[in-house]
Design a protein around this ligand. Structure first.
Ligand code: SAH
Length: 308
């Protein structure tokens, strides 16, 4: 299934500027955004990273015309020292979270409740599958995942039903998970609930929020002055992490509110380019349902000498 990149015009607008030479596309997926970035700046080179080797194969094909301007790396965007290696500092970073249509549309990956397939959900294909993780987790842990990552109502009841199915070896496929959810709510479940439960389990299994935290903790030292950061989130917790990071790095003093004299000595390192979160245009949402929940935020590294 073809992946249509989300908010491409906005991504390029905030990411590419006259001094852009090297961009890290940390979630290169099928290379949709990467291609648009390469087209926008003839001098731009891209390091494209993905933990999904199947996505990388697609990106390799679609980005082949750009030759040595593209370097693809299999791994997590958290592995910054290995990724950047000898390449020097970056002028731009893009992270487009969530799953690609390639992943969603492949029943053998188990990401979608719409397709019957094994309950896998691993982005990298390594480590335990969703079914194995549920097998090892306690009912309470599962309920916490559903509550925290999915804001699922009736999380405890659903977690109990999922755990019961797993304990009696009836949790092997996506349809099994769907059945367990329906058994808990006593009827056919709404797509919104299924989608929330599947997304919550996927986020937990792949450590998606932890990865964002690790990345944000160290990215600044890999950036040139003036470098742009662009994030596209699909989940309120992802967006909140980005918002808080921008707020912290965009502020001078970060002392607690009632501190009489600044003791933190913190200097702003980022200028926020999106005062409010940017949402996709209605026309895009109509054409590409994956864009519906997308939220974009961008910032730039304050060039030295301008630091307040
Ligand atoms: N922007 C891409 C689509 C990205 S979809 C395009 O235009 O085609 C999100 C991608 O992020 C998926 O391919 C997924 O495998 C990847 N991903 C998720 N977590 C990752 C991580 N920690 N490191 C690298 N890639 C990751």
């Amino acid at each position: 299934m073809n992946h249509v990149p989300v908010m491409t015009r906005e991504v390029v607008h905030y990411l590419v500027y006259e001094k852009t030479r090297l961009v890290l596309d940390g979630t290169v997926g099928c290379g949709g955004h990467a291609r648009a970035i390469l087209e926008a700046g003839p001098h731009v080179g891209i390091i494209g990273v993905d933990r999904d080797v199947r996505a990388l194969r697609v990106a390799e094909r679609s980005l082949a015309p750009y030759g040595s301007r593209v370097r693809l790396v299999e791994g997590s965007y958290t592995e910054l020292p290995t990724i950047t290696g000898e390449s020097g500092k970056l002028d731009g970073v893009l992270l487009d979270f969530g799953v690609s249509s390639l992943q969603l549309g492949d029943s053998s990956r188990g990401f979608s409740y719409l397709l019957d397939g094994s309950l896998d959900m691993r982005m990298s294909g390594m480590g335990p599958t969703a079914a194995e993780l549920i097998g090892r987790a306690s009912e309470m842990d599962i309920a916490a995942v559903l509550k925290n990552y999915g804001e699922v109502r009736g999380a405890s009841r659903i977690a109990r039903s999922i755990k019961q199915a797993s304990a009696s070896n009836r949790l092997v496929s996506t349809s099994d998970l769907k059945r367990a959810i329906e058994a808990a709510i006593g009827g056919k479940s709404a797509p919104a609930l299924l989608s929330k439960v599947f997304q919550a389990i996927r986020i937990a299994l792949n450590g998606e929020l932890d990865n964002i935290r690790v990345f944000l903790d160290s990215i600044l030292k890999y950036l040139n002055p003036g470098a742009r950061l662009v994030f596209v989130s699909y989940h309120s917790l992802e967006d909140r992490m980005i918002k808080e990071f921008f707020k912290r790095e965009g502020s001078g003093c970060i002392c607690p509110p009632r501190t009489p004299v600044c003791v933190c000595g913190h200097a702003a390192s980022l200028e926020i380019l999106t005062r409010r979160v940017v949402k996709p245009a209605e026309t895009e949402v109509n054409e590409n349902p994956r864009a519906r929940s997308a939220r974009l935020r961008a910032a730039r590294v304050i060039p030295r000498g301008n630091v307040e």
